[in-house]
Design a protein around this ligand. Structure first.
Ligand SMILES: CC(C)(COP(=O)(O)OP(=O)(O)OC[C@H]1O[C@@H](n2cnc3c(N)ncnc32)[C@H](O)[C@@H]1OP(=O)(O)O)[C@@H](O)C(=O)NCCC(=O)NCCS
Length: 160
């Protein structure tokens, strides 16, 4: 029987840093989530960088989602966030955004930016709930299908 992740008896989520051994599972979620997924080598390169936070959401030893962000002085970018399709709609994405905000705040970031497909309303709903606002648009930023990106920004307060 498949366990409903929202059920009270579902194992709790825990958050930790992403590891190289997570990459096969990351790629499974990545391919299920994006029409132009990042390559395995992109994640490997980011794991080696000192300015990057790669965060894992883990349920009972199984990776269910991840977020990737990087910080340059006082500005940070949320470059990727994805959740296993079977686990969506139960707050994992929102919790990963919270973890990302904490991670970049600890590095001294005062603003966190991201790009999101204009049609990706479930992602936008998470970002708006977390306090992001639309501050721009990049025309035809995405391929497959071609689409504009909305640029969103969060002001990070000292209490984050
Ligand atoms: C965007 C994403 C990370 C959100 O993860 P999640 O765990 O579903 O996030 P949450 O449960 O915190 O919130 C999901 C929101 O979408 C809404 N939603 C509507 N229909 C949904 C569905 N079929 N499945 C999931 N969420 C749905 C939820 O109600 C919720 O909105 P709310 O904030 O107004 O309540 C996830 O959908 C995903 O991995 N998508 C593919 C990758 C992607 O688009 N990443 C973002 C790139 S910018």
């Amino acid at each position: 029987m498949k366990m409903d992740p929202a059920a009270p008896h579902a194992p709790p989520l825990c958050f930790r840093s992403l590891r190289e051994t997570d990459l096969p599972r990351v790629m499974e979620i990545e391919r299920a989530s994006f029409s132009t997924p990042w390559r395995d080598t992109t994640f490997r390169g980011l794991l080696l960088r000192g300015d990057t936070d790669l965060l894992a959401a883990d349920r009972a030893g199984r990776l269910v989602g991840y977020a990737v962000c990087w910080t340059v002085v006082d500005q940070a970018e949320l470059g990727n966030v994805a959740v296993d399709p079977a686990e969506r709609g139960h707050g994992v994405g929102a919790a990963l955004v919270d973890q990302a905000v904490r991670a970049v705040a600890a590095r001294g970031a005062e603003e966190l930016f991201l790009e999101v497909r204009e049609s990706n309303l479930s992602a936008q709903s998470v970002y708006v709930r977390k306090g992001f606002e639309v501050v721009g648009r990049r025309r035809s930023y995405y391929a497959e299908p071609k689409e504009d990106a909305l640029v969103m920004r969060l002001h990070i307060h000292p209490n984050h």
